[in-house]
Design a protein around this ligand. Structure first.
Ligand SMILES: Cc1cc2nc3c(=O)[nH]c(=O)nc-3n(C[C@H](O)[C@H](O)[C@H](O)COP(=O)(O)OP(=O)(O)OC[C@H]3O[C@@H](n4cnc5c(N)ncnc54)[C@H](O)[C@@H]3O)c2cc1C
Length: 394
């Protein structure tokens, strides 16, 4: 079933003897079939590795951070690296949609708006430099263009016609299916890291007591990384509770909200965002970090306080949504790093083990490009990305 570990030493270039000499495909075990793990596994497979992908529950399961119905994809970021990642990720979402005959990416446009110019000035500079198509709207233009929206206190908005939303859970399933179709081995099992000695992890342990071995391991376990590797993540990741609400637009305003309004976000405190239209409902989320939780045991029922806060914002900013019925709610969790940047790095004590996570509430959109980056790093074809290393925290 699995290849034995081949003893390997690390060369100055960081390439192991296995990578440098063997013509046999490397065997990589990826643990976690969420956005990070699924896309890492698929990219590794497409780059010629033999890959086993294992998930404890299922790809895009309801407890996972990737398990929701939809996720925003936008280029508006204050840091150039994320703009570039989105450019590449969007290419890959579209390319794979064509390949699979799916519609995971929905080009609904994204409207980012706010009161302070700081965020938008930085984001605009990067987006323009990266060739992203944007339109800048001032207060009066916003009101004229989007009559569903009360423009009070909004000083600026940037509209990205080429962005939109992704169907998250369905994307995880599509990636898993493609992975299997293209020759990957997929298994359902809870995995525990194996013992680490002499700078390597000696296999991973499955809940039935068996051990699997490979050349390298990629742990992409989202919010569970912290309990699997407390020695690494105890102080680096906070797992925070996040609630999402789904309201039904009144029938007479159905077109205005379901079809005409783009995906939107209002930068500030609080930071609300929404995805209108998917399944005929108006999704609204509060990006404010909730309390720290255990992703396995936290309650998945929304709080009345959260519902009231979201409704108050929605009715203020979108007055025609007044008294809209709440038809659904979801509770999920962010894996928040101290600086909101992801973590993609080797385990500090095991050079054959990679840790990928810390999505910090914005990882989904990037996942095809991150999977490509992770695959290239694991295969020794690309150096670490400084911003995502563990050493940045020391
Ligand atoms: C409410 C909410 C809204 C968000 N909105 C956006 C957005 O609009 N745009 C955006 O880009 N991002 C958004 N994000 C962030 C994004 O969804 C996450 O960054 C991303 O999904 C993280 O993926 P992941 O693969 O790291 O983790 P997960 O999706 O949690 O995947 C981890 C997987 O590992 C498996 N696993 C865990 N432990 C084990 C084990 N021991 N053995 C085997 N398998 C195991 C789990 O079952 C799970 O399938 C949002 C997140 C939330 C919670």
């Amino acid at each position: 079933m699995s290849a034995p570990i081949i003893g390997s030493s690390v060369s100055p270039s960081g390439l192991t003897a296995v990578q440098a000499n063997s013509t046999k495909p490397k065997h990589i075990i990826v643990i976690g079939a969420g956005a990070f793990g699924g896309w890492s596994a698929l990219n590794l497979l497409r780059k010629g590795a033999r890959v086993t992908l294992i998930d404890a529950i299922e790809a895009g399961n309801p407890l996972a951070s990737s398990g929701g119905e939809t996720r925003v994809i936008r280029h508006a970021y204050e840091q150039r690296i994320y703009v570039d990642l989105v450019v590449r990720a969007l290419e890959m979402w579209k390319e794979n949609d064509r390949r699979w005959g799916t519609r995971l990416f929905n080009q609904k446009g994204v409207l980012f708006m706010g009161q302070e110019r700081e965020f938008i000035d930085a984001a605009m500079t990067h987006m323009e430099a990266a060739g992203v198509n944007i339109e800048i709207l001032q207060g009066a233009d916003i009101a004229q263009r989007y009559q569903q929206l009360n423009p009070e206190n909004l000083k600026w908005a940037v509209y990205e016609p080429d962005a939109g939303y992704l169907t998250a859970r369905l994307a995880c399933i599509a990636v898993r299916d493609a992975f299997i179709e293209e020759g990957g081995e997929y298994r359902l099992a809870r995995v525990a890291p194996g013992a680490i000695s002499a700078g390597e992890m000696a296999g991973v342990l499955l809940e039935d007591g068996s051990r699997l071995q490979a050349d390298q391991y990629v742990f992409a376990c989202g919010p569970w990384l912290k309990e699997l590797f407390p020695e690494v993540f105890a102080d680096l990741i906070k797992v925070t509770r996040q609630e999402l609400y789904f309201f039904k637009p009144p029938a007479e305003h159905s077109k205005a909200f379901n079809q005409d309004l783009p995906v939107w976000a209002e930068v500030g405190t609080p930071f609300f965002y929404g995805i209108p239209g998917n399944g005929g409902v108006f999704k609204i989320g509060d990006d404010t970090r909730g309390p720290e939780v255990d992703p396995t045991t936290q309650s998945r029922s929304p709080t009345q306080t959260g519902i009231d806060k979201a409704r108050a914002f929605m009715e203020y900013r979108f007055p025609a949504m007044k008294n809209a019925s709440l038809v659904d709610a979801r509770v999920c969790q962010y894996s928040e790093t101290k600086d909101y940047n992801f973590i993609i790095d080797r385990h500090p004590q095991a050079q054959n083990t990679w840790l990928a996570g810390g999505g910090s509430g914005h990882g989904f959109k990037h996942s095809p490009a991150l999977g490509e980056m992770i695959a290239d790093q694991v295969l020794g074809n690309r150096p670490s990305e400084e911003k995502f290393t563990l050493s940045r925290f020391s």
